[in-house]
Design a protein around this ligand. Structure first.
Ligand code: BGP
Length: 457
């Protein structure tokens, strides 16, 4: 029997833009996603835009009841910046009422809310001024954060600032899956830096408004694995670790941007514009906890003829496909639970054993209706196996001293996922878009209830 520590958090995560729907209703203004969808709907799988999110705005009470049914004791979602402060200045009371009722219902059901502030949903009014490219974004985010802490701080004790900052940086400015869909390494680094400073400013506000609360950040983390022991592959691994993991872990947990990262950026003419007081602010505003999103490992090899200065990350490290890998055939991602052990031990050994939790882990499946039985239930044994294997590794790391306090899956209801629309299903509940967003529990929901009731398996 595998038992997890007392008070372990069992739950799931989603985000406002992926679950709420009503993207331009009830006073909400457009985010980059809402605007991009208006401009280029063909980019979105099956033309499914943010309005196809799974209707939580209307169905949140039912969702809270469904969370209870599968034994969740905690849940992460986000606030939509564009719903709460549509013009960046004035609070939308309709949004305040909605979020207050939602968070109150969670608490009344014994489900601890973890509330995140930014899940890739940049307000369009700010994007028009440059989004995270401008320093103005730092102050705008700090104002939003302070407002949210003041409005909901009595209901929510645990907060996070950003979900996967590396993703909006990479996808927006290097690989083209998020707006503004450009390739510009220098801008990517500046966007990353302003994101870090926006996070820092939000933590500073939090310490003033809610000194008794807990503030963290959600990072997609895996230690990079090099193709070989050859020095060039090892250097590629170090560069990937610096850019993708240490860039946010070091300043947010240890209070300092690593010197080696500064050197790497300088060598490639990528240093961002900074302000004199920034380092002091970073040092004074470390997080209380970290959320780690983990899906698949990062495997890298040395690039063959890299350009200097680097034009894209391909000049620093290249993806490597491990021939022996086990793959999720329904999403194409490698399955490697051992990386969760490695990341857990990295948190222990390199990040002062800070309290952390798995804030996303899950298995995406395309065309999941093929696994529906005669009673209309999805028989997702593959997902149960995936999670069990990851939990075994997590448990091993906790036995070895890593301070992990919870496991949240991605996700609770099947939800809308950016350009991928509804292609990859992850939920414990199937959402039927043709039947008024009807929720039906999958087999994994029943499994999760047992898991949480037994605090193990
Ligand atoms: C994570 C994001 C989520 C969600 C998930 C699944 O990185 O935090 O927002 O999108 O990935 O992604 P996909 O639907 O592309 O498989």
């Amino acid at each position: 029997m595998i038992k997890f520590p007392a008070n372990f958090m069992w739950g799931a995560a989603t985000s406002a833009p992926q679950s709420e729907g009503y993207a331009l209703s009830y006073g909400k203004s457009a985010s980059t996603w809402d605007q991009w969808y208006q401009m280029a709907p063909e980019k979105f799988k099956k033309d499914q835009g943010p309005d196809s999110a799974c209707d939580t705005y209307r169905l949140y009470s039912e969702d809270v009841a469904n969370m209870t049914k599968i034994g969740m004791n905690s849940f992460r979602t986000s606030i939509a910046w564009t719903r709460l402060i549509p013009d960046g200045k004035h609070v939308n009371q309709v949004a305040v009422d909605y979020y207050r009722d939602y968070f109150s219902q969670l608490k009344a059901a014994g489900i601890t809310p973890i509330i995140n502030l930014f899940h890739f949903d940049m307000p369009w009014w700010l994007m028009e001024k440059g989004g995270w490219e401008t320093r103005e974004s730092v102050d705008a985010f700090a104002f939003y954060a302070k407002t949210a802490f003041e409005l909901f701080g009595d209901l929510v004790d645990r907060w996070t600032t950003f979900n996967e900052p590396i993703v909006h940086i990479e996808c927006g400015y290097l690989t083209g899956y998020h707006y503004p869909d450009i390739v510009d390494f220098k801008k990517a680094v500046q966007v990353g830096y302003h994101t870090l400073m926006a996070h820092t400013a939000a933590v500073a506000e939090f310490k003033k408004v809610k000194p008794d609360g807990q503030i963290g950040i959600i990072l997609n983390i895996t230690p990079a694995y090099a193709k070989s022991d050859a020095p060039a592959d090892q250097v590629a691994k170090e560069k990937a670790d610096l850019l993708l993991a240490k860039s946010f872990l070091d300043p947010t947990v240890l209070g300092k941007i690593p010197d080696a990262l500064v050197e790497l950026l300088a060598e490639n003419d990528l240093l961002p514009v900074i302000e004199a007081a920034d380092q002091q602010l970073i040092a004074a505003n470390c997080v209380d906890f970290v959320g780690v999103n983990y899906y698949q490992p990062l495997r890298v090899q040395a690039p063959e003829n890299p350009q200097v200065p680097a034009v894209t990350t391909d000049d620093l490290y290249l993806p490597y496909i491990w021939p022996e890998r086990k793959i999720n055939p329904y999403r194409g991602w490698e399955i490697y639970p051992e990386a969760l052990y490695d990341v857990a031990m990295m948190m222990k050994d390199q990040y002062r054993n800070i309290p952390w939790y798995v804030s996303e882990n899950g298995m995406g499946v395309a065309d999941e209706e093929r696994f529906m039985d005669d009673h209309g239930q999805i028989q997702d044994d593959y997902r149960i196996e995936f999670m069990t294997e990851h939990l075994e590794q997590l448990h091993r790391a906790i036995q070895d001293g890593s301070s992990c306090f919870g496991y949240h899956t991605w996700t609770f209801n099947d939800c809308w996922s950016w350009l991928n629309g509804y292609q990859n299903r992850y939920g414990f509940y199937r959402v039927d878009l043709d039947d008024n967003a009807k929720r039906t529990m999958k087999k994994s929901g029943e499994w999760f209830r047992q898991l949480s009731q037994n605090n193990g398996f």
